[in-house]
Design a protein around this ligand. Structure first.
Ligand code: NI
Length: 137
């Protein structure tokens, strides 16, 4: 039986959206408040989904306490209370937009979770805005 499990996680982080190749005016026009030179914070919420075949011996798809541990050690400890632009090398040359943070979280989890599970990540930057990787089609 194929089934999905979900777990929520959370981190607070600061960022600034900026394109070095553009003028200050164009940056302000495109990124608005998120271009503030002094950075600003968001309360990020994430949802991680694992999908695969249920293990008939345990009745589990994946041990949720293990997923909790992975999300904390690999994602939350990495991003919580960080300035994403200045402290996280993956955003050195690209914007820590919700889209790209979500994609980075996916890549981190993909590296440590067995390939027999499909992974989906949703990331909320505000209570009303969220992104998802891989994309729905
Ligand atoms: Ni922002």
């Amino acid at each position: 039986m194929r089934i999905s499990i979900y777990r929520w996680g959370h981190f607070n982080a600061a960022h600034r959206l900026h394109n070095d190749h553009w003028s200050d005016e164009k940056n302000k026009e495109v990124f608005g408040k998120c271009n503030n030179p002094n950075f600003h914070g968001h309360n990020y919420e994430m949802e991680v989904r694992l999908t695969g075949e249920l293990d008939p011996e345990t009745g589990y798809l994946f041990d949720l306490s293990e997923l909790k541990r992975i999300m904390k050690s690999e994602v939350e400890d990495r991003y919580d209370h960080k300035n994403l632009n200045l402290e996280c090398s993956e955003f050195k040359d690209k914007n820590p937009s919700a889209e790209l943070i979500c994609y980075e979280i996916y890549k981190i989890l993909r590296n440590v979770i067995d390939k027999k599970y499909d992974i989906g990540v949703k990331l909320w930057e505000t209570p009303r805005n969220y992104v998802m990787y891989p994309a729905e089609h």
